[in-house]
Design a protein around this ligand. Structure first.
Ligand code: KIV
Ligand code: ZN
Length: 513
């Protein structure tokens, strides 16, 4: 069995962020980039720097902090895009420029209004220009899945000659079928004269639900890089899901002549982080990372599993980092056990003050909630960085009664001063949000509100994600509590703190192209 490396190129922060409603702020992108580095992805596509100042800044910050994965920036085959990508990547340890131009007849004629010869010349120039900044250049013939084969051979040969080290074949509109896409990759590798000088990559969209199947067909036919996203996030129906690609290749080693470097035990953590930040929850029956992916309900299956795990399980839950909801600590647990558990979960803070705060929060939660799971600890740990907040929660009272408009009384500390307001609304959360706005007077508009339970049971912590916007800036907020109204209030306060700290932040949604 050959052991070639299958390069995992993650585009959660670029194509994933192009999902309508999935925008992330810069600190969230940096947080995800670190999680991807920990997951051991080979390349992180950090963004599209020319698209907006926010995208540029995010790529720059990621390039400056990531050491163990390559960092890539996207650029159309235009000088200004390539120069902006190169500048954003200036301090990256392993920078890659990914440049692209469309090659399908419909795109060349209707979108670019360019002749095929001009498209080739533009692509070659883009690769040559990129080469002035880095040796690691990727070229994509956009909409390759609907391009003419002979034209693809020609442009690929020319761009490899110009210096492209990776040729990425995108099925931009998710139109291909697995056997057809596999043939496409095999034909390209066989017919492009200098194909030995490049690595072939694939980038599949999921419009027909075939992104993973198409990518795997390509791997069987010689592709050695797959572009994918956590949870399959991405434009329209999304991109190929990283976790499905990686676990397919790992589980069916008998069928694939390659393996990835991914630390699969970090998959679930990454999936939850991306779901939490974007507010796009993972469906329960989603392969690999859905809540039910390793749950066995039927008596026959349970009986089989008890007798021998392999009767109904093809993968081990531990391999994706599922610690089977292990009950960890309770209200009588001491500080040492707590500290050890945080260390086991890789979330032990360096400063004593942060550990004290976490321990206090843990005790508070243990008073309300009988059983504390790993997920609860991960969650309180990610919510603890609140030291520099301008707005702090003090108190809330919410009254709901059938046939009466709910009312909320909220007390906040804003810039060291206690402030309070009372308001009504269409529901308890709406009333609380109206009261908060009466105090803060931000003028921000709520554009996303999403609730997810972290563990199961009615005493479980609910996690709320909100997204607010003002003047083209977008701010995400997260809050968790066993009381869903309080979690909602904390999430809004979290987003408003980001707004207060940086009201003119230009989000990556304000695209300049
Ligand atoms: O889907 C696509 O074609 C892309 C390219 C930029 C690779 O995202
Ligand atoms: Zn794409």
């Amino acid at each position: 069995m050959s052991n070639e490396n299958l390069i995992i190129f993650d585009t959660t922060l670029r194509d994933g962020e192009q999902s309508p409603g999935a925008s992330m702020d810069i600190s969230e992108k940096v947080q995800i980039a670190h999680a991807l580095e920990e997951l051991n992805v080979d390349i992180i596509e950090a963004g599209f720097p020319i698209a907006s100042p926010g995208d540029y800044k995010a790529v720059k910050e990621i390039a400056e902090t990531i050491n163990n994965s390559g960092v890539c920036a996207l650029a159309r085959a235009l000088d200004k895009d390539i120069e902006s990508a190169a500048k954003a990547l200036e301090n990256a340890k392993n920078p890659r420029i990914h440049t692209f131009i469309a090659t399908s007849p419909i795109h060349m004629e209707k979108k670019l209004n360019m002749s095929p010869a001009k498209v080739i010349a533009t692509a070659v120039h883009a690769v040559e220009l990129s080469k002035q900044f880095t040796d690691d250049i990727e070229f994509s013939p956009e909409d390759a899945g609907r391009s003419e084969l002979d034209f693809l051979y020609e442009i690929i040969e020319a761009t490899i000659d110009a210096g492209a080290k990776t040729i990425n074949i995108p099925d931009t509109v998710g139109y291909n079928l697995p056997h057809q896409f596999g043939d496409l990759i095999r034909n390209i590798i066989a017919n492009v004269k200098n194909s030995d000088n490049a690595i072939f990559s694939v980038h599949c969209h999921n419009d027909l639900g075939l992104a993973v199947a198409n990518s795997l067909a390509a791997v069987s036919n010689g592709a050695r890089q797959v572009e994918c996203t956590i949870n399959g996030l991405g434009e329209r129906a999304g991109n190929a899901a990283l976790e499905e690609i990686v676990m397919s290749v790992k589980t069916r080693r008998d069928m694939f002549h390659c393996n990835t470097r991914i630390n699969t035990k970090k998959i679930l953590k990454c999936s939850r982080l991306v779901a939490g930040i974007t507010g796009f929850p993972v469906q329960p029956n989603k392969a690999i990372v859905g809540k039910n992916a390793f749950a066995h309900e039927s008596g026959i299956h349970q009986d089989g599993i008890i007798k021998s795990r392999e009767t109904y399980e093809i993968m081990r839950a531990e391999d994706i980092g599922l610690v089977s909801n292990s009950l960890v600590l309770g209200k009588h647990s001491g500080r040492n056990a707590f500290k050890q558990k945080l260390a086991d979960l890789n979330i032990l803070p360096k400063e004593t003050k942060a550990l004290d705060d976490l321990f206090y929060k843990f005790k508070e939660l243990a008073d309300k909630k009988h059983e504390i799971f790993d997920e609860d600890l991960i969650n309180i740990a990610s919510n603890i960085q609140v030291a520099s907040n301008i707005i702090n929660f003090k108190y809330m009272k919410v009254l709901t009664e059938s046939d009466k408009k709910p009312e909320a009384f909220i007390k906040l500390n804003v810039d060291g001063k206690d402030m309070e307001a009372k308001s009504s609304g269409d529901g308890a959360v709406d009333a609380a949000y109206n009261a908060i706005e009466e105090i803060i007077q931000s003028g921000c508009k709520l554009i996303l509100y999403s609730v997810n339970n972290i563990t199961s049971g009615t005493d479980a912590q609910g996690e709320v994600t909100v997204r607010i916007t003002k003047d083209d800036s977008i701010f995400n907020g997260h809050g968790a509590d066993t009381d869903i109204v309080k979690a909602s209030v904390l999430a809004l306060i979290n987003a408003l703190n980001k707004y207060k700290q940086n009201p003119n932040l230009i989000s990556s949604k304000k695209r300049g192209i």
